[in-house]
Design a protein. Structure first.
Lengths: 275, 260
């Protein structure tokens, strides 16, 4: 009986009726689990290749320059404007209950713990994640990845691992720069527009700042860097169907990396919040 | 089917599907050592899929593919990489690496696959470029700066750079003008003879097939429907081959005008 239920005589499984709401939820859930499993396997297989030769330090260095150095202008500008806006907005709020003195502290804590890594992460996801997906996707649809295999070179080891390692190592450096520029943006507004004493502003900036505030931001940055590279590589590696497929891979890479950054930002904040 | 003594490549019952579409449906084929086998067939008959299965780029659902008597289906990654050192491949679209100079493309397998020093690999790459009629100045260019014919030559130089025992050619003359196609055919024959390599080519260009093949096999709907020596292709009464050779619309081969 059950075989009759799924066999329409052609050997094909009939489509699930749209009216079956639970089945629809189930199939979406199964597809989600399948996609998650494929992503995790992809990451693990790529990382596993780090433990045996050959190694490609030059490729890691090239990716670090690409991710870090060439992202400096966009991340720097974003950070400095974010710091400036943060100073203005927190002054607006705090002045209502005569707590203007807390502006410097709020700016430095917000930037180092939260905005530095998240803003830099989102900017790098847009710039680097998209570029990775487009480059690897183009290599996929033009058979260059197959060519690597025929030349006795593991594509995961050669293409993916250097990008994952570079993302992991470079994002903390980039976020450190974003932290400094974000605080500097707040300092500019605080001293030139809000008439804080520069020395007092700097004193308040470092007075309540703890090492853990900066470290937690840098840990987030490392995780975000890994996620950005992973999503860029994964979607590029699995792109299909020519230019359209590469375009879709690029979009998926940026969107999924952005969502993952916000999701993991919450999870990591929750983890650090308890300490 | 004619038995070939000690085949370099032995394919038995290979089946491969994509979704509901069965592309290879029990392919049996042998290729002897030093033989040049050309697989012909219309577009979408599974020629490229067959070569990708032999190279391990795709995994067949069923069947056996043996190279030098060693089963390659389900082979572990490390063993596969070692096996790949015996093989060279010329891709239909050349598949040159855009980010590398031409000489680095040719030397890639030597440097990354075999760990050769860059200086020594460069010398070999330039020699291989010369053997396909390209000067050392071309070596410094990027693939994007070359014409289609020159890219094919570079791809050929890359395929033979490591002096492989087996070379695969995927539509080597597609997209080239007849003169350049003939140049590429001559180079393929020359390179394969000089190396003494086993060659498997896939094409629907019969001029190319006649020139480079010792033996021709015809693939239709995922099965080998005919194979024999090159000279037999014009004498056989096999209806599939007759229709293909004469390019007739009527016959047992029906062109699919809708996606399956």
């Amino acid at each position: 009986m059950s075989s009759e239920a799924i066999d329409d005589g052609t050997g094909r499984r009939p489509p699930i009726p749209r009216t079956n709401f639970l089945a629809s939820i189930g199939s979406v859930f199964l597809a989600f689990l399948g996609a998650t499993g494929r992503l995790v396997l992809f990451a693990l297989m790529s990382l596993a290749s780090a433990f045996s030769p050959p190694f490609y330090p030059r490729l890691v260095l090239r990716q670090m320059v690409n991710i870090g150095y060439f992202s400096l202008p966009v991340v720097g500008l974003t950070a400095i404007f974010t710091g400036m806006v943060l100073a203005l907005q927190s002054y607006t709020g705090f002045s209502r209950f005569a707590a203007e003195g807390a502006v410097a502290t709020v700016v430095v804590l917000s930037v180092t713990r939260e905005l530095g890594p998240v803003i830099a992460g989102l900017m790098v996801a847009g710039r680097v994640g998209a570029a990775m997906a487009a480059e690897i996707g183009t290599m996929r649809v033009t058979d260059q990845i197959d060519a690597l295999t025929t030349l006795s070179t593991d594509p995961l080891r050669y293409l993916v691992l250097p990008r994952l390692v570079a993302g992991l190592l470079t994002m903390p450096m980039l976020v450190l720069v974003a932290d400094i520029l974000g605080v500097f943006g707040g300092f500019l507004i605080g001293t030139y527009k809000l008439d804080f004493n520069p020395s007092a502003y700097l004193t308040r900036t470092e007075q309540y700042l703890q090492t853990m505030d900066v470290v937690s931001g840098l840990v987030k940055a490392a995780v975000f860097g890994f996620l950005i590279a992973l999503m860029g590589c994964y979607h590029g590696y699995h792109s299909r169907g020519g230019a359209e497929g590469v375009g879709q891979a690029t979009t998926h890479a940026v969107v999924s990396a952005s969502i993952m950054i916000l999701l993991f930002n919450y999870l990591l904040t929750e983890a650090f919040f308890a300490r | 089917m004619t038995e070939v003594a000690l085949p370099k490549i032995a394919i038995r019952g290979v089946t491969k599907s994509f979704g509901r579409k069965r592309v290879l449906d029990g392919v049996d084929l042998d290729c002897g050592t030093g033989e040049s086998l050309v697989v012909i067939g219309g577009s979408g008959t599974g020629k490229s899929v067959l070569v990708k299965c032999i190279l391990g780029l795709l995994r067949p659902e069923a069947g056996s593919i043996r190279i030098d008597g060693v089963e390659t289906v389900g082979m572990r990654r490390a063993s596969r990489e070692k096996m790949m050192q015996k093989c060279g491949m010329l891709f239909q679209g050349s598949a040159l690496f855009d980010s590398l100079a031409v000489w680095e493309n040719v030397a890639f397998g030597l440097i990354e696959g075999r760990g050769m020093e860059r200086v020594a690999a460069r010398e070999i790459a330039l020699a291989k470029l010369a053997s396909v009629g390209l000067g050392p100045e071309v070596g410094e260019l990027r693939p994007g700066e070359l014409s289609g014919g020159m890219q094919k030559r570079v791809a050929l130089a890359r395929a033979i750079a490591a002096e492989p025992e087996i070379i695969f050619f995927d539509e080597p003359t597609t997209g080239l003008d007849p003169i350049m196609a003939d140049v590429i055919n001559d180079l393929i024959v020359k390179c394969v003879r000089e190396l003494g390599a086993t060659a498997i080519s896939i094409t629907h260009d019969l001029v190319s097939a006649r020139k480079i093949a010792d033996r021709i096999a015809m693939l239709h709907k995922g099965r080998i429907v005919w194979h024999g020596p090159t000279a037999e292709i014009d004498r056989t009464d096999n209806p599939f081959v007759e229709q293909f050779v004469h390019g007739r619309a009527e016959g047992p081969i029906r062109m699919e005008v809708r996606a399956a």
